[in-house]
Ligand binder design. Structure first.
Ligand code: 3H9
Length: 676
């Protein structure tokens, strides 16, 4: 087996089976075949007393090989392999480092003992791919770690630390961070000759109230998703029927999920997210510029949130404001946010101090001279931004990257006021910038490849999912939002209510609809600020001070707790506009709302691709999942359009409502092709 990723070592009476299958030791066919062959060999060898399974590289098995899903499965299947390992007549020890995930943890659970290094993480993240642990994991985990923890791990997919795993009985011993291989062998020697504990033979107590309580507590969190309920049902089954029956049930449920569109969507996003990090015409090994210190201009909501990303990642930040009180207010909010995280146990108090200690507040733009990256986050005015960039050009050191956090404006125009347009790009963060994962990285006409590559890599370091966008008004996300908003407003005039339109969007899987979003962001954003100029419903709302949640009044009325209720006053305003326009008011169906607000987003996405403003359709999906809360089980607008709704249906709907359909969308619908 010369090209096998699995090798066999002998250490006296201990056989060590080692996987070396970079990057994450996924359990592909060759790995499974190697494991099967060597476990058999070790069991058959009378001189072997125990077996260790471990991995080289950065991690223990991170799961089944997801790229094999949807293709005919080669032997041995993982469920067969884990049963075979568990049936071994010699004790088998899993030696865990990195992340034992999914099928990887299932292999570990089929071993009779588990040792792990302190930094290891153990989890069953299948639910995040719309699946469940399909190799006995839902049946063995509750038997080993208890029902409550198994429910939590299977239904949320979040991994646990080695320490917590040890407390739960999932890890038998924590060993030295740097001596896993040797410690696992010693442990294996200790257990030679002991009765072999097999997870499948352990009993599990029926805990109907634990299961019910978990279902109840998490109902809202899992809204719309199929996989969490299936995971819970499998763990529940483990408490009700013998192991073999439970495994059969698990198998059926796994196959149902695997065939469904939700898992296809979630697997699509897993790969789309990783693909988004790649820049088509920039080699992956491009030398990056070092970013040791970041400057942020503006200590408002965006500037503060942006700074927190870097501080949390240990990168010092110099933050600049024009007035002392604004600076104090901004840094005060940052401290409060960190303290709130600490109060929730997400940070230690000393981490709060370390982050705030790495912040240098200043009123002097000159203090940005030693920064490697400067991000301008002032309000949306081209003139103001140009003035700032002209100044930065004079202040910043050669090679510093100059970025604007604009949500709409032309990066090339901003870059044109500097003598170094190759160092300029857009970094469009989403609010709240310390929380939202999306970063649109806007590539100007002259942005240097290493500048782009540096910012894409930095994005990963600060925990963002970055997508490259071209220069176009609103970039990818906000550009697609515009036709949605235009149609939503037209629908109000024709007979729909804000509540109906929002309800349709929430039922579709969005966290909120267009009017709820407007109220949250501020109805007054982009308003001309002249109360006497009332040209549309939005102007009328703004003129009355109905600026959204911050004023407890917008498209909805709000109480002190910001609970919305339909607003009679807004309905009155809508009625007045309808009467003035002479439009016939009619009943608008929910289906029409989908066709007129969501189909045009797909159309706009196709135009963005045609114009080369996004690298690939899947990047658009990533923008919508991580920037706007599009439900991951619907895979993003372009995935949904092509796999669930279908392009011919979308084109027909757009044409029915009189939209001009993007050429590529029409062609793909007619030819059965796809948007690339
Ligand atoms: C399962 O196990 C089902 C079973 O229960 C039942 C079976 C019957 N397969 O994320 P990274 C690739 S379901 C194939 O950037 P990191 C990834 O695409 C599985 N490929 O690294 C990327 O490729 P590229 C349950 C995989 O260090 C490269 O590896 N397991 C897989 O930031 C590096 O990935 C999971 O869901 C895979 N399983 O994070 C775990 N995993 O370089 C999924 C990764 O070409 N994986 N790749 O872009 C992860 O969560 C992270 O990759 C991990 C490393 C934390 C392991």
């Amino acid at each position: 087996m010369t090209s096998s990723p699995i090798r066999y070592e002998r250490h006296d009476n201990v056989a060590v089976i080692v996987s070396d299958n970079p990057p994450v030791n996924a359990l592909g066919a060759a790995v499974r075949q190697g494991l099967e062959a060597y476990v058999k060999q070790a069991v058959a060898d009378e001189t072997i007393g125990a077996i260790v399974i471990r991995c080289d590289g950065k991690t223990f098995f991170a799961g089944a090989d997801i790229t094999e899903f949807g293709k005919p499965m080669q032997d041995p299947p993982l469920p067969f392999l884990v049963d075979m390992i568990e049936a071994s007549t010699k004790p088998v020890v899993a030696a865990i480092h990195g992340t034992a995930l999914g099928g990887g943890l299932e292999v570990a659970l089929s071993c009779h003992y588990r040792v792990a290094v302190p930094s290891a993480k153990l989890g069953v993240p299948e639910v995040k791919l719309g699946l469940l642990p399909g190799a006995g994991g839902t049946q063995r985990l509750p038997r080993v770690a208890g029902v409550r923890l198994a429910l939590e791990m299977c239904a949320t997919g979040n991994p646990i630390s080695a320490k917590r795993a040890q407390e739960a009985g999932l890890v038998d011993r924590i060993v030295g961070e740097d001596s896993l291989a040797a410690d696992a062998i010693s442990y294996a020697r200790e257990v030679v000759g002991r009765p072999i504990p097999r997870a499948s033979e352990r009993s599990v107590s029926p805990e109907p109230e634990t299961v019910e309580a978990f279902r109840r507590e998490n109902a809202k969190r899992f809204r719309g998703f199929d996989a969490p309920a299936a995971n819970i049902a499998c763990v529940e089954k483990a408490t009700q029927v013998p192991f073999e029956e439970g495994v059969q049930f698990e198998r059926q449920e796994f196959m149902k999920l695997m065939m469904g569109v939700q898992s296809a969507a979630q697997r699509h996003i897993f790969f789309a997210e990783r693909q988004a990090a790649k820049i088509d015409d920039v080699p992956a090994d491009t030398a990056l510029r070092p970013i040791r210190k970041v400057g942020v201009i503006g200590a408002g909501t965006m500037g503060g949130g942006i700074s927190m990303n870097f501080l949390s990642a240990g990168i010092p930040v110099t933050i600049v404001e024009m007035q002392q009180d604004a600076l104090d207010r901004g840094t005060g909010v940052m401290r409060k946010n960190y303290e709130a995280s600490a109060a929730k146990g997400r940070m230690k108090p000393e981490q709060v101090e370390a982050a705030m200690g790495a912040l240098t507040p200043t009123l002097n733009l000159q203090d940005l001279a030693d920064c490697d990256l400067v991000i301008e986050a002032v309000y949306e005015s081209m003139d103001v931004k140009k003035e700032i960039f002209a100044k930065l050009d004079g202040i910043c050191k050669p090679g510093a990257i100059l970025a604007s956090n604009t949500s709409y404006l032309d990066i090339d125009e901003i870059a044109s006021v500097t003598k170094r347009p190759e160092d300029v790009l857009g970094m469009h963060f989403f609010s709240p910038a310390n929380v939202m994962k999306l970063l649109e990285v806007v590539r100007g006409a002259k942005t240097a490849p290493d500048v782009l590559a540096t910012v894409m890599s930095l994005a990963k370091k600060i925990g963002k999912v970055a997508v490259v966008a071209g220069v176009t008004y609103g970039f990818i996300g906000n550009r697609m939002l515009m036709p949605r908003q235009v149609e939503a407003n037209k629908l109000l005039m024709e007979g729909a209510t804000p509540e109906q339109i929002d309800r349709v969007h929430v039922a579709f899987g969005m966290p909120m609809g267009p009017f709820q979003m407007s109220d949250l962001a501020g109805v007054d954003i982009g308003w001309h600020r002249d109360p006497s100029r009332i040209e549309n419903i939005r102007d009328a709302l703004c003129a009355e001070g109905r600026w959204g949640q911050k004023k407890q009044a917008g498209f909805y009325d709000y109480d002190e707790k910001r609970t919305p209720s339909p607003s009679p006053r807004v309905q009155q305003i809508i009625d007045e506009f309808r009467a003035k326009s002479g439009a016939t008011v009619r009943e608008v169906t929910d289906q029409e709302i989908v066709e007129r607000t969501i189909y045009p987003m797909v159309n706009e996405g196709a135009l963005i691709l045609e114009e080369g403003k996004a690298q690939r359709a899947s990047d658009i999906d990533v923008v919508w999942i991580y920037g706007y809360g599009w439900s991951v089980y619907r895979g993003g607008p372009m995935f949904w359009a092509q796999n669930e709704e279908t392009l011919p249906k979308i084109v027909a709907g757009l044409e029915k409502h009189g939209f001009t359909v993007a050429r590529t969308l029409k062609d793909a619908a007619a030819s059965g092709g796809r948007l690339k």
